[in-house]
Design a protein around this ligand. Structure first.
Ligand SMILES: [Zn+2]
Length: 202
């Protein structure tokens, strides 16, 4: 059982409550895959001491470099990332993790990834809001807008249930957004893996 992203401080309580309602203890979480290392997707990692933590080399290098500052991006907390640096297991696009596959979705950050399994795709901030899928365009990209837009088009082309970074689970039906529920913070359960979704902007 694992998570895709773990959210910001404000999502901590609802995340733990949601896991509890699914009968999952924080200590049961075996892996956490990070879509990217912005703090609002990363900072609750301390709740999951037994988890193998996955990121990509590209994202970790980028997050720890001076480059994000040049892009005006202060969403990485480097002290935490240095603290966890040796705990990361590195992933590569196309890698299989449990019942899903890693998909490269660069643009929001340099090393953003998604997690694709049978009927759905977890996108992190490569696709933050359902409207971005409808418009085939990002509202904002920290690293590269063109790359972010093409990642969004790649997500939409898969025609799956989409679990975005900051919006409820939805599907595009004839270019219309169909939300599958309206929870503000939820855990979307999928076989052996599950994902936390964080709507609270910080
Ligand atoms: Zn982000």
């Amino acid at each position: 059982m694992g998570l895709f992203d773990v959210g910001a401080e404000g999502a901590r309580e609802p995340l733990l409550n949601n896991l509890k309602s699914l009968g999952i203890k924080a200590s049961d979480i075996e892996f956490v895959i990070f879509s990217h290392l912005h703090f609002d997707h990363f900072i609750n990692i301390e709740l999951f001491p037994n988890a193998t933590v996955y990121t990509t080399n590209e994202e970790l290098d980028y997050a720890l470099s001076d480059e994000p500052e040049q892009h005006g991006d202060f969403n990485y907390i480097k002290s935490s990332l240095y603290y966890y640096k040796n705990r990361f297991t590195l992933l590569y696009p196309q890698d299989q993790v449990y019942d899903g596959k890693i998909v490269a979705l660069p643009g929001h950050t340099k090393g953003s990834i998604g997690f694709e399994s049978e009927g759905c795709i977890f996108t992190g901030d490569a696709l933050k809001y359902a409207t971005e899928a409808k418009n085939k365009s990002t509202t904002y990209a920290y690293y590269n807008k063109q790359m972010a837009d093409s990642s969004i088009r790649a997500i939409v082309a898969r025609n799956k249930i989409i679990i975005p970074g900051h919006d409820p689970v939805f599907k595009l039906e004839n270019d219309n957004i169909a939300y599958l529920n309206d929870a503000s913070v939820e855990v979307y359960k999928k076989k052996d893996s599950c994902v936390s979704i964080f709507l609270k902007e910080v």
